[in-house]
Design a protein around this ligand. Structure first.
Ligand SMILES: [Mn+2]
Length: 354
């Protein structure tokens, strides 16, 4: 087992800044702690807030987890998911907790405009805002900022912080399960370029600590409803639009389509990757008409083509170079697709990555 020991040693040797080290002293004496993440929380957002929450709890430190809106159904199984306070649903409770908090951990987002309707409450809350994030160009709202845009997930950064605190061996199964989910989902199951040897060292440390990974994959990806599977099949078969000359594929699901398959939050998760997986396609957009006149977008790319730039400039969004989100207002799906076609020249003209 000497190999295992070596991996554990490497992961244990994460060096963190003095400031990050100091967080540990401060959380121990804080009266009230809130942990939150961005709106439309994904696996990394939910995983990082719950992972940190479970770890602090195991060390006798209580915290309240608040998310701006509900997380997708496929994350329901995560330990602690049921105790999350959803701002949109329990606004008063959430506001009170935010107001009382001495420390507000802000995980997996880089600006106050990423928390939807919770923005004002978070902005005016008096507690210290400690940000752990991996998105580019964080806004200046953090009292403490731990940002690493090169890192594949916020869950890896939270893991590093805990390892840096010297508490790797104190990680509970619950905490590791949640952190694993975020590393897994934000790296496309450990296959994106952002994955490093260190990512695998952290995962190896989890496994050495007794984490069972197979049920996590199964719970996250293999508990799909028939409606979801059929919606995804329908989307690929009937609502996929391809511009081969530029390598773009768009899936455009209308409001009525979603209704037909009794759409639940999270049902189109991962669908954009089916479009991106096509031969010759290097930019994919998943467009979902959430309500008439409001289209939610998920953008992905391969290589140097930045979907973040398009999302930020044209769709009131942001994200990473190869994975971004945004919205389009006031257009039907037909006019949205026509709009995309009208923008191809501008998007791909200057593109030299092809
Ligand atoms: Mn993330």
């Amino acid at each position: 087992m000497s190999q295992d020991t070596k991996l554990l040693d490497t992961a244990s040797a994460v060096m963190i800044s003095e400031e990050a080290q100091g967080c540990w002293d401060e959380v121990q004496t804080a009266g009230s702690i809130v942990i939150t993440a961005h709106r439309s929380p994904d696996g990394d957002a939910v995983g990082s807030v719950l992972g940190l929450h479970h770890h602090l709890k195991s060390q006798g430190i209580l915290s309240t987890v608040i998310l701006p809106d509900r997380f997708p159904e496929f994350l329901d199984w995560m330990p602690g998911a049921q105790s999350v306070v959803i701002y949109d649903e329990e606004t008063e409770t959430a506001q009170q907790k935010l107001n009382e908090a001495d420390i507000i951990w802000c995980l997996d987002f880089n600006g106050l405009d990423r928390v939807g309707k919770m923005e004002e409450a978070l902005r005016t809350a008096g507690g210290k805002k400690w940000v752990i994030d991996h998105h580019q160009q964080p806004d200046a709202f953090a009292d403490r900022l731990f940002s690493d845009p090169a890192c594949g997930s916020t869950c890896e950064l939270v893991s590093d912080l805990i390892i840096g605190w010297g508490q790797a061996d104190k990680l509970t199964t619950e905490a590791m399960m949640c952190l694993y989910v975020g590393i897994m989902t934000d790296t496309g199951s450990f296959r994106f370029p952002s994955v490093t040897a260190h990512t695998h060292e952290v995962l190896a440390m989890f496994l050495n600590n007794g984490l069972k990974h197979a049920p996590i994959h199964q719970n996250t990806f293999e508990q799909q409803s028939l409606n979801r599977v059929q919606l995804q099949g329908f989307a690929v078969s009937e609502r996929l639009y391809i511009w081969n000359e530029v390598g773009l594929a768009v899936i455009g699901l209308k409001y009525d389509d979603l209704d037909r398959f009794n759409y639940q939050s999270g049902d189109t998760e991962g669908l954009v990757n089916k479009a991106l997986a096509l031969k010759g396609i290097r930019v994919a957009i998943m467009a979902r008409e959430a309500e008439p006149g409001l289209i939610k977008l998920s953008l992905r790319s391969i290589g140097e083509f930045s979907v973040r730039d398009i999302a930020a400039a044209e769709f009131d969004g942001g994200g990473h170079m190869n994975a971004a989100g945004g919205i389009s207002k006031g257009m039907s799906m037909e006019s949205f697709l026509a709009h995309i076609e009208s923008r191809l020249g501008a998007w791909f003209e200057a593109d030299t990555s092809k």
